[in-house]
Design a protein around this ligand. Structure first.
Ligand code: NDP
Length: 444
């Protein structure tokens, strides 16, 4: 891959890049099939990604007609990196085996290793014979919606496709590597004013938040809406806050430390709840929720903004869903995409139906939504929320930080890029957008 790095750094033409040979193997971060039981019997919080994630050479797969090889300059840690590496709720090898049965080409996904990673920025190296809109040398970011377009279910909203998958989680050959294969319909232009790592951290979380709040399949936020965002300096929360502010709404950000509260204030979010300082105990024991605590939470929101939220941006799941359903305005919408604290959720249905509330499920984003979210990054209207950068060899340590809720925003990972700060193609635009906006999370 060194040849590719030199070619990219020296500004080689697309033809020159296409003429270079694809190596037979490449460096990647992966989990192993024969280790899926390594944490058996352990508590979730004790499962350590540094033990299960390996970085080594893997054989390069063949390219299908609708795929491209990309040199991955940078990638990022997502919560699905954590799920994969602690083998919860399921080991991911079952996903790979199911995909492998779909076609001769897909058979390559079933391996003793699973190369992880659902984000990337990089350069197109070679394209399959059916690829039309992209060519070698193109600088790209990658979204993770892996969809087979030969299925009619994929042609309204592709997130409804029966064989919709998340690249690098439910497919092999993900982005935490020096090379990746992706379908051509996962490619998007790289933001010219951002470095490789700043470009790499956005697609998964930014697109998810876009669909949940802005897109026609989500909560359809409108100007003036009050939106309560859990985990408001986390991966998806940090983009959600920006969408609410951009869209003329009032965000109420929930976080768990004074430092995170300050970060929200710096972003322009004035209404902030420190859930730890408030000491909410929505569950009084394993089986019982405390409506008094829901009321205390609702009162706190009213004291900050003078009304109940029109929308609640929900993802902690079991620990918060009861409070979210209770606190959202009469006729309001709770939109959920996850269940970090547990997926068996419970809420009081009386508060739900009598007050005509809505609960919307959401998952990643279709290509149209991902491209719209990427366009906002390219225009400098939504900014990366990268707080730290790791080397590819340190993916386990980075995933552990996210697992322990010790990371703000997003963690970038340098793959082929030898150092931070490379890959900015439009420094004038960067100056216009403002260093303070671009690096707000980085410099804390
Ligand atoms: P992060 O770890 O970056 O952020 C999550 C935030 O949630 C934390 O910062 C924390 O904030 C808050 N949080 C964690 N536990 C609790 C709790 N028990 N109660 C209240 N708040 C809590 O993760 P991401 O934002 O990247 O992802 C969040 C979830 O969304 C994950 O489960 C992930 O798998 C899922 N996800 C789903 C996607 C989809 O397409 N369906 C896409 C992306 C993510 P604080 O402690 O400051 O309150």
């Amino acid at each position: 891959m060194q040849q590719f790095l030199e070619a990219i750094q020296s500004g080689a033409s697309g033809d020159d890049i296409a003429a270079l040979p694809i190596p037979e193997s490449y460096r990647a971060a992966f989990v192993k099939r024969d280790e899926v039981d390594m944490f058996e019997g352990m508590d979730s919080s004790a499962k350590d990604p540094t033990k299960s994630i390996h970085v080594d050479e893997v054989p390069t797969p063949q390219l299908a007609h609708d795929e491209v090889y990309i040199a991955v300059m940078a990638s990022s840690i997502n919560f699905n990196t954590v799920w994969t590496s602690i083998f919860e709720p399921l080991p991911t090898f079952g996903f790979l085996d199911r995909l492998a049965r779909e076609s001769d080409d897909a058979a390559k996904h079933s391996q003793p290793f699973h190369v992880i990673g659902s984000d990337a920025s990089g350069v197109v190296l070679q394209v399959g014979s059916a690829v039309r809109n992209w060519k070698p040398g193109d600088r790209v970011t990658v979204h993770c919606n892996h969809v087979d377009d030969q299925d009619p279910t994929a042609h309204d909203d592709s997130m409804l496709a029966l064989n919709q998958r998340i690249w690098g989680f439910e497919t092999n050959y993900g982005g935490l590597a020096d090379l990746a294969i992706v379908k051509a319909n996962q490619l998007m232009p790289k933001p010219a004013h951002l470095s490789w790592e700043e470009s790499a951290v956005n697609a998964l979380c930014n697109s998810t938040s876009y669909r949940m709040l802005v897109g026609s399949h989500g909560a359809r936020m409108k100007q003036g809406d009050a939106v309560l965002v859990w985990g408001a300096t986390g991966g998806i929360g940090g983009y959600a806050i920006q969408y609410v502010l951009n869209g003329g709404g009032t965000p109420i950000g929930v976080v768990s430390s004074p430092e995170r509260a300050q970060l929200l204030n710096d972003m322009g979010c004035e209404a902030v709840i420190d859930r730890k300082a408030e000491g909410y105990q929505f569950w009084s024991d394993e089986h019982t929720q405390d409506e008094g605590e829901w009321r205390r939470f609702g009162k706190k929101i009213r004291s900050l903004i003078g009304e109940d939220p029109d929308i609640v941006f929900e993802h902690p799941g079991r620990s918060t869903m009861g409070a979210s359903i209770f606190a959202v305005k009469r006729g309001g919408t709770v939109v959920t995409c996850a269940a970090t604290s547990g997926y068996m959720v419970e809420f009081d249905n009386r508060h739900f139906w009598m007050k005509l509330k809505r609960l919307i499920s959401s998952h990643f984003a279709n290509y149209h939504e991902a491209a719209a979210a990427n366009k906002l990054i390219c225009q400098g209207r939504i900014h990366p929320i990268m707080s730290d950068v790791f080397a590819l060899d340190e993916v386990g340590e980075a995933a552990l930080k996210v697992h322990r809720n010790q990371a703000e925003g997003k963690l970038g990972v340098l793959c082929l890029a030898p150092e931070e700060g490379l890959g900015v193609d439009d420094p004038e635009m960067r100056e216009r957008v403002g260093e303070a906006n671009i690096t707000r999370f980085r410099n804390r």
